[in-house]
Design a protein around this ligand. Structure first.
Ligand code: MGD
Ligand code: MGD
Ligand code: SF4
Ligand code: MO
Length: 758
């Protein structure tokens, strides 16, 4: 029986990095229903609202079912046969390379692609186009965790597994809204709390749904987590409760760290973080009293100019108390996207190579050149452009062409004005997406139609290193093709036929297996497509091992970290504030993030009615005290302005944010209304090590634009009004007759737009 006619097809949820197993019920070539896979170790049958509805976008009317192209920006983009678009992509890239050299092109890819697609995009760029200018949206996401792990433990990725949740006695959730962003893991944690009394500490400047479940909620001043983490370790050190044996056997650098910790007594930490001294002590006490202790973190720490340091500080804490690499304990960064782990492993960042390798390392380059069958010296030893630098170089005219696959940078990159300017200046913009229009496809010269996860074979790797097979359950629409096939077809047309000649995805996977890395422990050799069709497999998985390992770095009788010395490394990371501080002109701090029922830029979840009902539209959370000062009530429209741009939102007045701070969800962008994009305001300043931008902290000014919109305006009508308000050149302009408003609503808008009485 072929997969296309199968009744029940097991695969993986295409949303967050929990990587839940799903079962798709396929009827007449369509996915009729999605349920949780009871046998999958990530979720044991559970799914969240996004998982249950994940098949709905497959058949959305705006699926990109053919290629599009245009010869000049003056023209409108037109449908063309896929073959022609592939040939044009190849020819135009080739022309730019021959005129300006390989570094005049760049690829910007995604953690939402299969591992096979990610691997081949990197192989094409680094091995054949001969540019390291390939980066991914992981740069905006997990880069700081990746660089922090590499420094502290010797290799990227969490050392433990989800099973740790079933063993822990204390969880520190810091900079993560796990209840909304990794809901199935959070449920597992709540199960543990219920059955064992495990304690949960949550650190977030907002009282999130995650914080609601905490035993101890630390409502921290944004950007001060380093002080807190150092402060907690200070208390352990002072009380003589560090694990001296572990420190001496398995670590280096303790002396320097210990000296620095003296600077973080509770009084100072309380002052820096805005927390109470007794709460800081209580956090240390809860951690200290627990047998097993795990830290979970995500964007609240990674999206910071000190993101790498914050990862180091978390590792410091676990190493100093010896709670790492044992069941129930360890630092556990939660991966954002469904296959960002896979992408990191196959080297889709501008400084990495397949098998957790680095472009700056000669032996690493040589190993990969051998697998790619290219002459020694082919791969450039210089890291390529990271995402932020890439768009800067396009804007500067140095990079002429960009090929964007599976990400929507016009909505999701910081300081989007620059992104738009860059795409307008670029000679060639190729966008490979599953939908059109998106905020980014609008700027494309060539559009290539990518198949979605259920329409092509491939694999994804979740936060605990479990590789799940994705069969082709249904056919892609029209001429849409698997992303990896589109990449190989462009490569072949560029003259690399023999090196991009794969009969199917399993052949690509088999090549990825060859990139195993004895140094970092990355090893997929024990699994292949036939095994993966049966069940997901976790790496490290050596050949003939029978199964993967739940905990990394454990040897038969000891612990060996993949560093030069085999020891993990302490880093003394003093506190530094975020790059941009509020001042008289921009007195508020803007942070931003996600809501439970929506995904990123809404190309998928924005089409699902049940999810839109649960999270219908944009808003800005502000504290009641600030609302009073600004003279705004619930629903009033407020303009948020930073040094880079502005957005307009209805306010949600709530004590869940701290005074002086505000929060906007990232999901609603241009397709839903004018001036909704939070990234019009965010800063592109980056962490110096990870090059990840500080999305979570911008200084902004707030001012009232209009009073609350009455309740009877639907989300769509509110968006329409917002767009109109933003466009109205002067108060007094009328809404067009075609706009979807009732007479009463028109009266309200007329009052709103009436000239102000002086
Ligand atoms: N529903 C849903 N789930 C998702 C996604 C989605 O779009 N929707 N996206 C996925 C992806 S790619 C990612 S990366 C993850 C992100 O998962 P999370 O990181 O959990 O999500 P965010 O909402 O971006 O940010 C988390 C929290 O950081 C807090 N924060 C802001 N500044 C600071 C600070 O200085 N210190 C601390 N301690 N906290 C701070 C914010 O208030 C917010 O509650 O979610 C994944 N899961
Ligand atoms: N202000 C602010 N900005 C942020 C963040 C934040 O917290 N705050 N978070 C950052 C983070 S962590 C992330 S991960 C990014 C996410 O940002 P993006 O990657 O831009 O978000 P998505 O909406 O998931 O975009 C994915 C795009 O790929 C398409 N797509 C989906 N699946 C496939 C596929 O299989 N093949 C192809 N070819 N296309 C596909 C979708 O239609 C969509 O256009 O946003 C970053 N930006
Ligand atoms: S928790 Fe994540 S992977 Fe699991 S169903 Fe929800 S979105 Fe999908
Ligand atoms: Mo992410």
């Amino acid at each position: 029986m072929s997969e296309t006619t199968a009744q029940n097809v097991r695969s993986v949820c295409p949303y967050c990095g929990v990587g839940c197993g799903i079962v798709m019920q396929v009827e007449n070539g369509r996915v009729a229903k999605v349920t949780g896979d009871k046998n999958h170790p990530a979720n044991f049958g559970r799914l969240c609202s996004k998982g249950f509805t994940c098949a709905e976008p497959l058949t959305a009317p705006d699926r990109l079912a053919s290629a599009f192209a245009r010869n000049s920006r003056a023209e409108k983009i037109q449908p063309v046969p896929l073959d022609e678009a592939l040939a044009q992509t190849a020819a135009r890239l080739q022309k730019i390379i021959s005129e300006h050299g390989p570094d005049a092109v760049a690829l910007y890819v995604s953690g939402q692609l299969s591992m096979e697609s990610q691997y081949l995009a990197g192989k094409l760029a680094k091995g054949f186009l001969r540019t390291n200018n390939i980066d991914s949206n992981s740069r905006l996401c997990m880069a700081s965790a990746a660089s922090g792990y590499k420094l502290s433990l010797g290799a990227d990725g969490p050392p433990g597994s989800y099973q740790d949740i079933d063993r822990l006695d204390c969880a520190l959730i810091i900079g993560s809204n796990m209840a909304e962003c990794h809901p199935i893991l959070f449920l597992r944690l709540l199960d543990r709390k219920k059955s064992s009394g495990a304690k949960i500490i949550v650190v977030d400047p907002r009282r999130t749904p995650t914080a609601d479940k905490a035993d101890l909620f630390l409502q921290i001043k944004p950007g001060t987590d380093l002080a807190l983490l150092n402060g907690i370790l200070h208390l352990f050190e002072k009380a003589g409760r560090v694990d001296e044996k572990f420190i001496s056997q398995h670590t280096e650098g303790w002396t320097e760290l210990r000296a620095m910790l003296k600077d973080f007594p509770p009084e100072r930490v309380a002052h820096l973080t805005g927390l109470r001294e007794e709460d800081i002590c209580l956090a240390a006490q809860l951690i200290g009293e627990s047998q097993e202790f795990t830290t979970f973190w995500t964007m609240g720490l990674n999206q910071s100019t000190h993101g790498t340091w914050q990862t180091n500080a978390i590792c410091n804490l676990h190493l100093a108390i010896g709670k790492i690499c044992r069941p129930g304990s360890g630092p556990f960064s939660l991966t954002g996207q469904p296959n960002a782990m896979g992408g990191r492993e196959v080297g889709y960042l501008s400084h990495t190579l397949p098998g957790q390798r680095a472009v700056v390392n000669a032996a690493d380059r040589a190993a990969v050149e051998k697998i790619w069958n290219v002459p020694a010296g082919t791969i450039s030893p210089t890291p390529g452009l990271d995402a932020v630098a890439m768009f800067k170089k396009i804007e500067a005219g140095e990079v002429k062409a960009i090929w964007i696959i599976g990400t929507n940078p016009v909505a999701s990159m910081p300081n989007r004005a620059r992104i738009i300017a860059a795409l307008q200046i670029a000679e060639l913009v190729v966008v490979q997406d599953a939908f059109h229009p998106t905020e980014t496809t609008r700027y494309a010269d060539i559009l290539l139609p990518g198949a979605l996860w259920a329409e092509a074979e491939g694999t994804m790797v979740n936060s605990e290193r479990n590789v799940t097979f994705m069969p082709r359950a249904v056919a892609p629409p029209g001429e849409a093709r698997a992303d990896w096939q589109i990449i190989t077809q462009v490569a072949q047309r560029m003259g690399f036929k023999n090196n991009f000649n794969y009969a199917d995805a399993s052949e690509v996977f088999d090549e990825i297996r060859q990139t195993w890395n004895p140094k970092s422990g990355y090893d997929l050799r024990g699994m292949d497509f036939s095994k993966l069709r049966e069940a997901p497999c976790q790496w490290p998985f050596a050949p003939d091992a029978g199964q993967g390992k739940a905990i990394r770095y454990l040897t038969d009788d000891s612990l060996e970290f993949p560093t030069e010395s085999g020891r993990a490394i302490f880093f003394a990371r003093p506190f530094l504030p975020p790059a941009e501080q509020p001042d008289a002109d921009f007195p508020f701090i803007l942070t931003n993030g996600r809501l439970e029922h929506q995904w990123h830029t809404l190309t998928k979840t924005g089409k699902v009615a049940s999810l839109n009902k649960l999270n219908p539209g944009a808003f800005l959370q502000i504290h009641p005290a600030d609302a009073g000062q600004l003279g705004v009530h619930q629903g009033a429209l407020v303009k948020v302005t930073s040094r880079r741009g502005f957005a307009i939102y209805p306010v949600a007045v709530t004590p869940r944010v701290r005074p002086g701070e505000c929060f906007a969800p990232i999901h609603w962008n241009d397709l839903f209304g004018e001036n909704l994009c939070v990234n019009a305001t965010t800063t592109e300043v980056v962490d110096e090590i990870s090059l990840q931008p500080e999305f979570k902290f911008s200084a902004v000014a707030l001012c009232k634009v209009a009073d609350a919109v009455p309740e009877d305006f639907s989300a769509e009508q509110k968006n329409h009004l917002l767009r109109h308000l933003a466009q109205a050149p002067a108060r007094g302009q009328r809404v067009p007759e075609t706009a979807p408003f009732t007479p009463a609503q028109r009266e309200f808008i007329a009052r709103l737009l009436a000239p102000a009485k002086t």
